[in-house]
Design a protein around this ligand. Structure first.
Ligand SMILES: NC(=O)c1ccc[n+]([C@@H]2O[C@H](COP(=O)([O-])OP(=O)(O)OC[C@H]3O[C@@H](n4cnc5c(N)ncnc54)[C@H](O)[C@@H]3O)[C@@H](O)[C@H]2O)c1
Length: 374
């Protein structure tokens, strides 16, 4: 189905970014928010993306004018969706709020309109029940900042039609994204595989195997990750990481329980860089590095990457995503130096299996061997 008109519900951080990449790539865009003040904040963010585009030489003044001429805004959802071919919802991460909006859009939009959500963690299947067109409901999970992050997770519900999937892929590509496909499931691809990195790192720290600094340094030097797990956690926000882990815990059970250390930090308001205190201190305050434990850096890298590879394999076992899509998603969405399956190939599958068996023996069923390893 050809898409020309896109309506975006919510002009916050994500909505304004999605509006920018859509209008920049030729779509007619209408943005909705609750009031003029919220719309103005969204438009201001979008204009700043345009200015960055001009400054970086990505777009000329006349192209910027073209982009702005394709953009409209309104506070009335019904007006925004009446001619939309695609609606992308990007309001607060709350199921009841999103369901209400989906029911409202479903009533007001033409039968052809595809209804997409940018949710990071909520079930597409549950959201689809608020509409009479579940075959046209899909997840389009963009990453922040939308203007520069290449990944788009296209999240497919039980009733989503193949034509809807194809259309979401085509839109994503036209917006300059590299889409991957994931079946609707907790954490989709990136959050499901990224959370074990932080969880395992915290476990090692809690058990006194290594200090935070030793773990971060091992992962950035030998592991070639852009940032170590503790620095990354502080950057993303410990509340965000805790919420993502809690969603996985709720949906998938005890193996995903967030570590105590993380909960304590969040309860104390130590949320990472944004609160100037998380695993480390920021903004002039000095973190006292702990006395090194002398842990072997290669052991630390293996101890963290093996559970990550295991999680990726389980996603394939469960038919949630393909190996190629998982590798691409982790490189583009989580800045992994190589994808989990590329790591596994490098280590060698028999060794990966042996390492998982060792963890299972030591730590129990949360480290069971994935089916694909036999
Ligand atoms: N922030 C991220 O890094 C990120 C990344 C991927 C996905 N997401 C998801 O994207 C969605 C939006 O997140 P965000 O960070 O842009 O939030 P945000 O708080 O920046 O923006 C939400 C916007 O929605 C508006 N809104 C609320 N109710 C509305 C309604 N009934 N009608 C119209 N507008 C309404 C708000 O006024 C606000 O402008 C969430 O589901 C979030 O989980 C966020």
């Amino acid at each position: 189905m050809e898409i020309k008109n896109i309506a975006i519900i919510g002009s916050g951080l994500m909505g304004s970014g999605i509006a920018y990449v859509s209008a920049w790539n030729g779509y007619n865009v209408i943005v909705v928010d609750v009031d003029q003040a919220a719309l103005e904040r969204g438009m201001e963010r979008l204009r700043s993306d345009v200015m960055t585009g001009i400054e970086k030489g990505k777009m000329s003044m006349s192209e910027a004018e073209g982009l702005m001429s394709r953009l409209k805004s309104t506070v009335k959802v019904e007006d925004a969706v009446k001619e939309a071919d695609l609606v992308v919802e990007a309001v607060f991460e709350n199921m009841e709020v999103k369901k209400k909006i989906f029911a409202q859009i479903d009533k007001a939009a033409p039968p052809r309109t595809i209804l997409a959500t940018n949710t990071s963690s909520l079930s597409i299947d549950e959201l689809a029940t608020a509409t009479k067109r579940p075959e046209k409901v899909i997840g389009m999970h963009y990453f922040s900042p939308v203007a520069s992050m290449k990944l788009l997770e296209v999240v497919v519900g039980k009733k989503t039609a193949e034509e809807t999937v194809q259309t979401a892929f085509a839109v994503g590509k036209k917006q300059g994204k590299l889409p991957v496909k994931a079946k609707n499931s907790p954490g989709f691809i990136v959050n499901r595989i990224l959370m074990p990195v932080l969880r395992e790192a915290i476990f090692l720290y809690e058990k006194g195997v290594a200090t935070k600094e030793e773990i971060d340094t091992a992962l950035t030097t030998i592991g070639k990750f852009q940032a170590g797990p503790f620095t990354l956690g502080d950057f993303v926000g410990l509340d965000i990481a805790y919420n993502a882990m809690s969603t996985l815990y709720r949906e998938l059970g005890d193996c995903f329980k967030p570590p105590e250390t993380l909960k304590k930090l969040v309860d104390a308001g130590s949320l990472g860089m944004k609160s100037k205190k998380g695993f480390y201190a920021y903004g002039g305050a000095k973190s006292e590095p702990e006395k090194p434990k002398g842990a072997d850096p290669q052991m630390l890298v293996n101890r963290i990457t093996i559970p990550v590879i295991r999680e990726a394999m389980i996603l394939v076992d469960q038919g949630i995503a393909t190996k190629a899509d998982i590798d691409q998603a982790m490189k583009l969405g989580a800045s992994f130096p190589v994808g989990p399956f590329e790591m596994a190939d490098k280590i060698g599958l028999p060794k990966v299996k042996a390492e998982i068996q060792k963890l299972q023996k030591e730590l129990g069923p949360c480290y069971s061997v994935p089916k694909m390893l036999g």
